[in-house]
Ligand binder design. Structure first.
Ligand code: 2P0
Length: 327
């Protein structure tokens, strides 16, 4: 077994994943649609050691302990069980996404880990296999395996993976209101929404229809229809989250200001819509040629990054990151 290094990028959902039909297999209650970005990559190296032993995980130059390390170990256990080996591993990762800030750090993280670990332990490297495996680490990671626009199917363990779909050319302007960790992790808030939000059944029913319509809009290259569906879907997700008990509110005053700025730009004739994940940061969806104008307007209230469609998770040549952890 050899060390392997993989790179993956975050994705932003246009039709959101919020709720599971199976916690153990990490199967989503509904399908979702996203754009894998060309910014903020995660680069991860998996180096198998000899025989059973302690897995280690270093993130951005620091050893990780506690629950985040356990989550990586459980993922490696799954990889080892499938590969029929017991060798421990050293995982070294560099993540340029603000971790835990609602910009999908777990998506690029587990997409890169699934790809590097599959190569290191000899598992299949085709996109459906990597997407199914990445899903087990974090649901949204299933989509970061795929380049550009991706649909992640609900389905069962065998059929719940992401695959590419054709669609209109898109840019996303990431508007960061707060890069700090969110108050409630998305996994916990998702569980709480399903268990206590009176709007959860409506969320599931409308998202199912929304996905069908969004995929049809993609096929027609109809950005305005896709944008309207995406903004409505995001606000419905936040409505369901805010209605849970105890409530969780991810959107901050600065987030609402950004939704208003996007609406003002629309009133000026720009095709732009807003979405937001499990945090206060807002993402504007627009045509690539309008991205600079949109970014200029949002920069009055937030730190902005312009992103386009990016590549799927992939292996890179040699181990690119030096580990500070001795084997
Ligand atoms: C999404 N989010 O579709 C939605 C929108 C956040 C808001 O997927 O429990 O970290 O690891 O499967 O993937 C965040 O949830 O959850 C997420 P787990 P994940 O992008």
């Amino acid at each position: 077994m050899n060390a392997a290094t993989a790179v993956a990028h975050p994705n932003i959902a246009l039709v959101k994943y919020w709720g599971k039909q199976d916690e153990a297999l990490n199967l989503p209650a509904t399908g979702s649609l996203s754009l894998t970005l060309d910014v903020l990559p995660t680069v991860t190296t998996v180096t198998p050691g000899d025989g059973p032993g302690e897995d280690t995980f270093e993130l951005n130059g620091r050893p990780v302990t506690g629950a985040p390390l356990d989550r990586v170990r459980r993922f490696l256990d799954l990889v080892r069980a499938r590969a029929g080996v017991r060798d421990h591993a050293h995982v070294v990762s560099r993540n340029t996404v603000p971790t835990g800030a609602g910009l999908a750090s777990s998506a690029s993280g587990f997409a890169a880990l699934a790809t590097a670990a599959s190569a290191a332990y000899g598992l299949p490297l085709d996109v459906p296999s990597l997407s199914r495996l990445a899903r087990r680490g974090s649901g949204s990671a299933a989509r970061s395996v795929v380049p550009g626009l991706a649909v992640w199917h609900a389905g069962d363990d065998a059929t719940s993976f992401a695959e590419p779909v054709a669609g209109p050319a898109l840019a996303m302007v990431l508007a960061t209101v707060d890069a700090g960790p969110k108050p409630v992790p998305s996994r916990e808030a998702m569980r709480r929404t399903a268990a206590t939000s009176p709007y959860y059944p409506a969320w599931l029913a409308t998202t199912h229809d929304c996905l069908e319509q969004a995929v049809a809009a993609c096929a027609r290259g109809d950005l305005p229809r896709l944008g309207r569906l995406a903004e409505a879907n995001a606000l419905r997700m936040h409505a369901a989250i805010q209605a849970c008990d105890p409530p969780v509110r991810y959107l901050a005053p600065g987030s609402v200001r950004l939704f208003d700025r996007v609406a003002l730009l629309r009133a000026e004739g720009v095709d732009v819509w807003a979405t937001a994940d499990a945090g206060p940061n807002v993402v504007a969806v627009c045509r690539p040629e309008d991205a600079t104008r949109v970014a200029g307007a949002l920069a009055q209230d937030a730190a902005v990054t312009i992103a386009g469609a990016g590549p799927g998770a992939r292996l890179v040549g040699a181990p690119a990151i030096a580990s500070g952890i001795a084997s």
